[in-house]
Design a binder for this molecule. Sequence first.
Ligand code: AK3
Length: 272
Amino acid sequence: MAFVKRNWSIHDFEIGKPLGKGKFGRVYLAREAKSKYIVALKVIFKEQIEKYRLQHQLKREMAIQTSLRHPHVLRLYGWFHDEDRIFFILEYAHGGELYGELRRSGCFSEKQAATYIASLTHALAYCHENHVIHRDIKPENLLLDHEGRLKIADFGWSVQSKNKRHTMCGTLDYLAPEMVENKAHDYAVDNWTLGVLCYEFLYGVPPFEADSQADTFRRIMKVDLTFPSKPHVSDDAKVLITQLLVKDSAKRLSLDKILKHPWIIMNADPNG
Ligand SMILES: Cn1ncc2ncnc(NCCc3cnc(NC(=O)Nc4cccc(C(F)(F)F)c4)s3)c21
């Protein structure tokens, strides 16, 4: 990708419509003036990063994301900065946030849900092989390309980890018990999140949703998992979800076993 060869400035890009408001900044559709290449430009305000002392986290994300190359991982082509802003030059995901799809359709079919879970599992297996735990997999961080293929984005909370971590992060509904308890955690947190997402893709709501944060924590710690009678969901799907939402992180279904699960084999589209 040409972006890595030279130091860029905002004047190299024509800025288009806003794509979304994210952490500490906005994302814009943009076009590199010479090549006409379409990208997403994430603008991050330095004062916010300084205020929350996130410099090291941002540097870690840059190192992690520029080293990852996978069809289901959104590319970070490069970055540049000016007086008060940092700019990420990102792959443009034409389909936008998966979250929007889920809210529009209410819930996904078993084939669609299984296809997304299989793509996510492939992407997480790749990240884990590269000693990266994403830790913040949630519908807002899942994007779709022009063919509707899933892309994991926003490695703002990810870590390059060969050993246990302690940092508290991630969105409430998607937090694994060991993170809720602020205990040491490892790769298996992403497996738990796959269970949460699979449930949410099929039912339209996350499994431990509650009126208050305290109740959500309680439901997570108890693994208070119930399956509504509507919409109808196959037993195979419920078995997979139950094998992922296991409190003991060592007992959660491994990523390779997810890809061999009957529900995935039966329902996932191999072309993702
Ligand atoms: C919405 N949308 N629609 C289409 C589309 N196409 C591409 N991208 C989109 N959105 C941007 C997705 C992102 C990818 N990587 C990100 N990375 C980040 O935001 N990192 C980050 C920021 C601030 C602070 C910190 C930290 F570490 F300091 F905490 C980390 S955001 C799109």
